[in-house]
Design a binder for this molecule. Sequence first.
Ligand code: DGY
Length: 323
Amino acid sequence: MKPHVVLYKSLSAPLMQRLEDHAQVTLIEDVKSPGGLARLRDALPQADGLLGASLKIDGPLLDLAPKLKVISSVSVGVDNYDLQDLTRRGVQLTNTPDVLTETTADTGFALIMASARRVVELANMVRDGQWRQNIGPRHFGSDVHGKKLGIIGMGRIGEALAQRGNLGFGMPVLYHSHSRKPAVEARFGAQYRSLEDLLKEADFVCLTLPLTADTEGLIGAAQFALMRPETIFINIARGKVVDEKALIEALRNKQIRAAGLDVFEQEPLAQDSPLLALDNVVATPHMGSATFETREAMARCAVDNLLAALAGERPPNLVNPEI
Ligand code: DGY
């Protein structure tokens, strides 16, 4: 008998076909709606595998899924899962690293460019019919090339950002990470700094680290106080790594110049968030990996992970190998 897979993210036709060749599939559309969550709960008792993203799979949901062997997350971040609990329950967790690295670094660089050169604000000025004369200092931005690029979290995405900044824009790279990265130091001349020194020195402070118990709230009022009025803050990691109230204060008080943010404490960002009232904020809708090519590659990777686990093989991207 085919294993039962509960899918809470739609797949392209070829991937759906591939999954259906090997599994009996229940698709839950719009899982975050009240009806969607109820349908998910109804389907969980049969589930051998789950595939989806952007939903917290917590203890009460797992209690409904006694047969569950694997959760295949269509994401690199695994902050929606309690790893220890999954391991204790004997549930494998897989993710989709590598395939989204370059695209997410592209997003990071787009935010660097957009916030430094005020692209969104000035484009809106044109669109609103407010471009009436040559622009002057009131609308000038800051250079990107040659500025110090500070990266906090030198994993794959951090490295891809370092490559863009250093080789493309001649930016000296500073980084802070839980361990030194000799290869990145050799390739891009990246220099290791303590967190405090990086915050003081970098012109761009970019977060590319995962959300964990150790990184939650890592950047708060004390850290913004170390930055300079010229500093531009970029977050393509997770909103909860930052104390958003402290960020808003730092932006309002011109403690830092601008921010480019793809992730927020609460997503979707509320329409009345003070961040949206600030001209010096570029806010995007958690779109780091959101291109046609990359989302398809992530979904393919997630299907591969899931099918391998259900076939009793070790899945390629197992997050809790101790299982
Ligand atoms: C990821 O893959 O973790 C992205 O942030 C999407 O959630």
